[in-house]
Design a protein around this ligand. Sequence first.
Ligand SMILES: C[S@@+](CC[C@H](N)C(=O)[O-])C[C@H]1O[C@@H](n2cnc3c(N)ncnc32)[C@H](O)[C@@H]1O
Length: 301
Amino acid sequence: MAKQTYLAALLLAASASPIMAQIRVIQTSPEMQDPLRGPIISNPLKIDGPTDVMPLLKSQPAGDDRYQPQVGQDGKDVIWVPTPDGLIKAMLTVAQVTPRDMVVDLGSGDGRIAIAAARDFGARAHGIEYNPDMVMLALRSAVKEGVGTKVTFETADIFQTDFSRATVVTLYLLPSLNLKLRDTLLKMKPGTRIVSHAFDMAEWTPDQTILTDDATGFFWVVPANAAGRWAFEIGNERFVTTLTQRFQMLDADQGSPIVDGRLRGTAIRLNRANGSSLQGDVSGNMMVGPGWMATRIRSAE
Ligand SMILES: C[S@@+](CC[C@H](N)C(=O)[O-])C[C@H]1O[C@@H](n2cnc3c(N)ncnc32)[C@H](O)[C@@H]1O
């Protein structure tokens, strides 16, 4: 595991403090309030932080009297560095976590994300962590934080564990590990929210970027499948067009009355050649919106 890759993340984590890590919602212009993108939660990113990180690393509150993990300690595929509290709050806020959610943190470390999801957002939460000492520490912390009945942890390898019941997945891993998980994440139920600290998913561009004073996160909503040939009915207008899909982005065939589009879970927006747009919802082989519908007549190969 390349520790060097983690230098930036370590620096960011090192400068974490609950006081610094506040978020604010920036008012967005009408075009930025696109329902498929949502508001941007942002703070100016300040990375010109400390050069000597060790005093700050040591000041990270972690562990209890039975086990004191060391920031930067080895993990199976990636070292342990905790996500700053401010970014945890921002990540779970952007993901709109509610008591109806099951939040799963992949590589849960000392359990702080799962515990925050239960304690501050009322969700059920689960952490998957390879290091059994970290799992025991996380379980003790969950009890101390009063969420012992809402949070579970398991000692397991995230690449060998089924987490498909999650409605929200959080991760702080490495770019290569995000890519290794990408197909599995894309096969999750459309609408599942994914939030990653520090690292993106390459060509699967984020639906939203989260910036706090000291760290960056990326947010995606698993898109529905809208690829294939569709028969549209818009008022009296009828036409057939083929949509190609790359992650959440859609393109229509040349000369079609539809130009392109975008998915956010099952919510779809299609931009028309005449400058207007269609908003609706994808459900199986149907798309329906106010005044329009489409039926899938052929799936993509
Ligand atoms: C950077 S830390 C993130 C901890 C926590 N998610 C957070 O954000 O505060 C990554 C964690 O993943 C764990 N880990 C590494 N490889 C793993 C694997 N294959 N399966 C489960 N956990 C793993 C490490 O032990 C470490 O605790």
